[in-house]
Design a protein around this ligand. Structure first.
Ligand SMILES: [Zn+2]
Length: 416
């Protein structure tokens, strides 16, 4: 780990972005004691945020590697809908191929056949994750099809029925649009008459949602996660369906920051389950050097050995920091993952929702849609949810498909 960190810091010296930290970087590189070096690193290197890099992506490329960039693709890596660019060297693409293969093999072990057909549904303006997924599937010699997610939903459903893929890789938002379309137009909205595997990436999926989709559609859900700015996939679901293994963690310096920013934990030191903000330094990167990049992601880390045998730490993706709010009565952070679990546990007929959290003393608003007849009254739902959130809210029931999904990622908690 230490040799990799020094290598990354040396590359960082060659970028425009880090010119201003050059002296600090030298001090850290020259430190003899490994623990001391890492401590210095997390104390002296300022965090980088999305706003720092947007439009300045080229400044993160080491000078002597400029010629070796073989791929540039747009990354959707922001909830604000502004794409940023990601640069890759051949080495990095190779790294992602291998990493993806590991994640994929573990996820699909004994579930998907060797010569399965796989359908990838992502935006045509490929995200970094999308293009890597596609290349990786082809590299692993899967029979892979690709559909632009902006294609008419009826067409997509027709293609799924005709091609009968074993696995569909897509994002929750794209998939929900398809389901909604089916629910509104067909009486039999099952996508397939066989066991279809769906692999999601890119947004929050709660346990209750997985259960709901499984009951509704008879599909098997799995999940992977990645950070577009870091180049692609980083981890995938445990076969026990309890969190995702962080396969890339040994090639990264991963920090978890407490919500109040007072504590910083290193992933590898963690002994207890903890929630916080994900800050990381990828040590495999060459094409773009990120030091202490604040990803906006809220995660729950589950340390310890997993009985499934995969040796990498586990985590759950809970949402973006912009989409969380602090519960007034006890200061607990409520994430989109928590809210989705709570809503769907309270009434499994709830489909889409959006919570507007108002400033102090003002009344917030919860929009809800149902896929079926509500199981509890709006009054009861109001009582349970306003108590859970510790907020004064009103509930507005919407017709199916009326709650708009923001692009590129749906936000379900909005502070107004
Ligand atoms: Zn496991």
């Amino acid at each position: 780990m230490d040799a990799k960190l020094i290598n990354t810091l040396n590359l960082a010296k060659e970028t425009k972005f880090y010119f201003r930290y050059k002296k600090t970087l030298m001090r850290i590189i020259n430190e003899n004691d490994e623990n001391q070096r890492i401590r210095r690193y997390i104390q002296e290197i300022p965090l980088i945020t999305k706003d720092d890099i947007l439009g300045h992506e080229q400044d993160l490329i080491p000078k002597n590697l400029r010629q070796r960039i073989i791929l540039t693709c747009s990354s959707s890596g922001t909830t604000r809908g502004i794409g940023s660019l990601t640069y890759y060297t051949e080495y990095e693409l190779g790294y992602f191929m291998k990493l993806s293969e590991k994640i994929h093999n573990n996820l699909t072990e004994k579930k998907i056949s060797q010569n399965a057909s796989i359908l990838v549904i992502v935006p045509f303006t490929l995200t970094a994750i999308g293009i890597i997924v596609l290349m990786q599937m082809l590299h692993m010699k899967y029979n892979t099809g690709f559909i632009d997610s902006k294609t008419n939903p009826r067409k997509i459903i027709d293609i799924i029925r005709r091609l009968r893929p074993e696995l569909i890789k897509t994002t929750p938002d794209i998939f929900y649009n398809l389901i909604e379309y089916s629910l509104k137009t067909h009486s039999n909205f099952r996508l397939a008459d066989y066991k279809l595997h769906i692999q999601f990436t890119g947004n929050v999926i709660s346990d209750s949602r997985k259960k709901q989709l499984n009951e509704l559609l008879n599909v098997e859900i799995s999940e992977t996660f990645g950070v577009s700015e870091f180049g692609g996939p980083l981890g995938g679901m445990c076969v026990y369906d309890d969190g995702m293994h962080f396969y890339a963690s040994e090639e990264m310096l991963v920090e978890i920051h407490s919500f109040d920013n007072k504590d910083v934990w290193l992933l590898h030191d963690l002994k207890d389950t903890i929630r916080g903000k994900l800050v990381a330094t990828p040590l495999y990167r060459q094409g773009m050097i990120f030091l202490r990049y604040f990803t906006d992601d809220i995660v729950e880390v589950i340390p310890g050995r997993c009985p499934c045998g995969v040796p990498y730490p586990k985590l759950r993706f809970l949402g973006k920091i912009q989409d969380c709010f602090r519960r007034p009565k006890d200061g607990i952070i409520i994430t989109p993952y928590d809210l989705e679990n709570k809503l769907l546990d309270t009434d499994p007929s709830i489909w889409e929702f959006k919570l507007y959290v108002a400033e102090r003393k003002k009344r917030g608003k919860l929009l809800v849609e149902y896929i079926d007849t509500p199981q509890i009254s709006i009054g009861d739902l109001l009582g349970i949810i306003s108590d859970y959130c510790g907020l004064k809210i009103v509930i507005e029931k919407k017709k199916l498909g009326r709650i708009l999904r923001f692009k590129p990622k749906r936000r379900r908690i909005i502070k107004v």
